[in-house]
Design a binder for this molecule. Structure first.
Ligand code: G4P
Length: 525
């Protein structure tokens, strides 16, 4: 198969949801369809339950498991489907944001009883920003649910995207009888707890009187009314609107009961985008270019504390990636050969010889990569779109074991490269400050420093509101600003100027008083 064919058959996506909506269950069912796993329960969730926020064992387990489940590839009807897992816990939202930079589309899972929840709204903002096409799966229809039209209105309003139902539920909870698949014009009858795929019944027209025989008179009547309303209210499904990120096709089902998942997957491989072009600072890269390019969007530490090896996850953007070929690490200006790149097929990790745009390969790494690194066949380009977000929680980090200061420095350095948190060095007193997006990261850092680097840290409180990157063409004003705000100035790991505001008021005032200075809330600008 040539490069173009390989690209055409790939679909790389992420499933996002508010915790508990059913992301893990849906992932598992998709893998079952793809034959990547054979029994339910094989995919452990990449999530930390709410109750376990300070349970270190749980974090460890989660981290170990998520190496295997970070990327799940499988073959389905001549397509290569790559699912990128995202942590459900909100403290790891940044990880999720970065993963979203490596996908071409997204499936959003919404709980039919709860509707759109906070985390989904946030993640959708990222999709909107990047114009990522999204599909919606309304899950748990076997439970008493909100009215289907209300759910659609809610999605439209809360996620700020037009919707178009491509399947329609017949009842819900105890009265749930199945769905009418608008996309394929067939009827799927629901049987609880059935793990095999139901046969669908071809039904090009819901007005066919045979419908009563399947779902009864009153349900048939209601379905006909509702389908008529759907066709009246929503314009015909337009794939281009979906591909532009303006319209979300919606499916209903019950992942736990393996219901509606097959329809979702069939529609997905038909309409979801193939690997898309990516932007670098220098130029746009098309997947069908002959030369290989890729970037690191995630780094995962190994579980074994005796081998501090890590895995750098590389998204292939163009060309063919080959094992043992010389590739150029743009930031370091050095060439590397990778003898054991791995691909991920559900629970299994295996060494591969080649990979194509849309695929993710895992490169064993002893510390050469940081998030955002670009690998090419020699061209000096830098992929864009991997921002660091301005952290909102801060603590001073101090060495708690003077004999281990080297280990501590190395540990902090590597954990920051992994994107666990951000490190700032105060220009005022030279102290090191850790900034995070979620509180859990502080515990993770302390625990991992101890466990993997044999170093001990101690935190001290610091009262800060927000860190923002400052830049200005007016160098005199910038210098003046830095001098006057000396106490609040820091450098990030790349040596860029960061302003640490201790209150919203202070930040506002600084923005007013220093008009020529740009205050950035993400580090990529
Ligand atoms: P998440 O990854 O989005 O956090 O959600 P997950 O799949 O773990 O699902 C959360 C809970 O919802 C699980 O129950 C799961 O079994 C249940 N669930 C998922 N899909 C459906 C569905 O279609 N119908 C119904 N009724 N329930 C569903 P749990 O009790 O929290 O976990 P578990 O112990 O059963 O794994």
């Amino acid at each position: 198969m040539g490069l173009i064919e390989e690209i055409q058959r790939r679909r790389t996506f992420a499933i996002i949801s508010h915790p508990d909506a059913g992301k893990t269950t849906l992932t598992e069912k998709l893998l079952l369809f793809g034959g990547a796993i054979h029994v339910a329960g094989a995919v452990k969730s990449n999530k930390i339950k709410k109750t376990a926020t300070s349970d270190f064992m749980e974090i460890e387990k989660q981290r170990g498991i998520s190496v295997a489940t970070s990327v799940m590839g499988f073959e389905y009807k001549d397509h290569k489907v790559n699912i990128l897992d995202t942590p459900g816990h909100q403290d790891f939202a940044e990880d999720t944001f970065r993963t979203l930079t490596a996908v071409d589309s997204v499936i959003i899972v919404v709980d039919a009883a709860k509707g759109v929840e906070a985390q989904t709204r946030k993640l959708m903002e990222v999709c909107r920003m990047r114009k990522t096409p999204v599909m919606v799966f309304i899950n748990k229809m076997d439970r008493p649910s909100k009215d289907a039209f209300d759910l659609l209105d809610e999605i439209e309003e809360e996620l700020k995207i037009k919707v178009r139902p491509l399947s329609w539920p017949i009842g819900n909870g105890p009265t749930f009888q199945g769905v009418y698949n608008i996309f394929e014009s067939n009827l799927n009858l629901f049987e609880a707890s059935k793990q095999t795929v139901q046969e669908s019944i071809a039904f090009s027209d819901v007005n066919n009187p045979e419908l009563e025989g399947y779902i009864g008179e009153s349900a048939s009547e209601l379905l006909r009314e509702e389908i008529e309303l759907v066709e009246g209210v929503y314009p015909d499904f337009d794939i281009n609107e979906y591909l532009k990120g303006d319209l979300a096709p919606v499916f209903f089902g019950s992942a736990l009961n393996n219901f509606g998942v097959n329809e979702l997957l069939n529609c997905f491989i038909t309409i979801a985008p193939t690997p898309q072009p990516s932007s670098t600072i220098q130029r746009d890269i098309n997947p069908d270019e002959n030369k290989f390019t890729g970037f690191v969007f995630k780094i995962h530490a190994n579980m074994d504390p005796n081998h501090r090896n890590r895995i750098a996850f590389v998204k292939i953007c163009s060309g063919k990636f080959e094992r043992n070929k010389n590739y150029h690490h743009v930031r370091q200006g050095k060439n590397f050969k990778f003898s054991s790149p791995t691909a991920f097929m559900a629970e299994k990790k295996s060494i591969i010889d080649e990979a194509f745009p849309g695929d993710i390969v895992g490169l064993p790494d002893s510390g050469n990569f940081i998030i955002g690194d670009t690998i090419t066949e020699g061209e000096k380009i830098n992929f864009k779109g991997l921002p660091s977000f301005s952290p909102e929680l801060f603590r001073y980090i101090e060495n708690a074991d003077p004999m281990k200061s080297k280990q501590l420095a190395k540990g902090i350095d590597q954990l920051m490269d992994e994107g666990v948190a951000q490190l700032f060095t105060s220009q005022f007193n030279g102290r090191k400050i850790i900034g995070t997006v979620g509180a859990l990261q502080f515990e993770v850092i302390e625990h991992r420093l101890n466990n993997e680097y044999n170093a001990k840290c101690r935190y001290e409180p610091i009262n800060l509101y927000k860190a923002c990157w400052v830049r200005s063409k007016n160098t005199a004003q910038l210098e003046d600003f830095k001098r006057r705000k000396n106490q609040y100035m820091a450098k990030d790991k790349q040596g860029r100027d960061v302003f640490l505001a201790d209150s919203a008021y202070m930040l506002q005032l600084a923005q007013q008083n220093f008009e020529d200075i740009e205050f950035h809330f993400t580090s990529e600008f």
